[in-house]
Design a protein around this ligand. Structure first.
Ligand code: UTP
Length: 279
């Protein structure tokens, strides 16, 4: 039912400079796979096969990654190195990839609006690839969210409890508990100071959005630094009772910064690489 997954990947990645000066943040390897590949694998697991990526200047490596490299294929054909390409080949076989460019980096809301021609008028998922999400116990985070969407048919945002001192890094929600780990969102604040935060439930980089979000983003005035925040548009949906926040099962690593990136690397090395599940 939901087939499309949008990856906003046009940001500058300033927290990871100078590594991200000429290389997309989304191509940073976590052990042996770039961040974005983990995201696309999670999307495919959830049945989302139409992958749309919002890129920008200096991001061509993303397109090359999701394409055949004939020289490489030719070189390793018939050797035992072929196993390294099994995972990426599966993605190329089972998913389609389309791209559009955000020419001015005017924030996540603006990046999502830039993806509108690729999405059209249907519900879709959004993955911020620098949030790496894993669940060793069962369904991936997007799979959990797609199941919820089938039940509630409204926008779903993934949340996690964060240290109350860190609310100023996130969009933070206030809501009414309506089920296990489920809140109907009443209010949302973008990057509140700890003393102003309505809770410590922070939105992370997984969303399922209904297509009316595009019009709401269009109507959103740019905020700090001229950026159009997605939180403002979500807030308008929430006022109509149409946003559910879901405390997902699993772990999320903030790979946009060094600490989370190193944690993710250690985790993936231990649980995927050493156990032979890394390809
Ligand atoms: P971030 O807030 O992580 O920004 O964006 P960033 O620029 O990538 O990284 P820092 O903070 O400077 O280190 C969240 C997501 O939204 C995308 C980013 O690529 C990232 O996946 N984004 C952000 C865009 O696509 N366009 C934008 O204008 C802003």
């Amino acid at each position: 039912m939901i087939k499309k997954c949008l990856f906003p990947a046009a940001g500058y990645g300033t927290r990871f400079l100078p590594a991200t000066k000429a290389m997309p943040k989304e191509m940073l390897p976590v052990v042996n796979k770039p961040l974005i590949q983990y995201g696309v694998e999670e999307a495919l697991d959830a049945g989302l096969t139409e992958i749309s990526i919002v890129t920008g200047r200096g991001k061509r490596a993303l397109e090359d990654h999701f394409d055949i490299s004939y020289e490489l294929e030719n070189q390793i054909k018939g050797t035992d190195k072929e196993k390294y390409l099994v995972g990426i080949r599966k993605l190329l076989d089972e998913c389609s990839f389309s791209y559009t460019r955000q020419t001015e980096m005017k924030g996540l809301g603006h990046a999502i609006l830039t993806g509108r021609p690729l999405i059209g008028d249907e519900p879709f998922a959004v993955v911020l690839a620098d949030d790496l999400c894993v669940n060793l116990e069962g369904d991936g985070v997007l799979t959990q969210m797609v199941k919820l969407y089938k039940q509630y048919r409204c926008t779903i945002v993934a949340i996690q409890e964060v240290d109350p001192q860190e609310t100023n890094k996130y969009g933070v929600i206030a809501g009414d508990l309506i089920g296990d780990d489920l809140y109907r969102v009443r209010n949302m604040v973008e990057k509140p100071k700890p003393e102003d935060a309505p809770s410590n439930l922070a939105i992370i980089g997984r969303y399922i959005l209904t297509p009316d979000i595009f019009k709401l983003i269009e109507e959103t005035e740019p905020g700090k630094g001229g950026e159009i925040q997605i939180t403002d548009a979500l807030m308008k949906q929430a006022q109509d009772g149409c946003v559910i926040a879901y405390k997902f099962k699993g772990t999320r690593f903030d790979c946009g910064g060094a600490e989370g990136y190193i944690e993710a690397t250690n985790f993936c090395f231990e649980h995927f690489y050493k156990t032979g599940k890394a390809y």
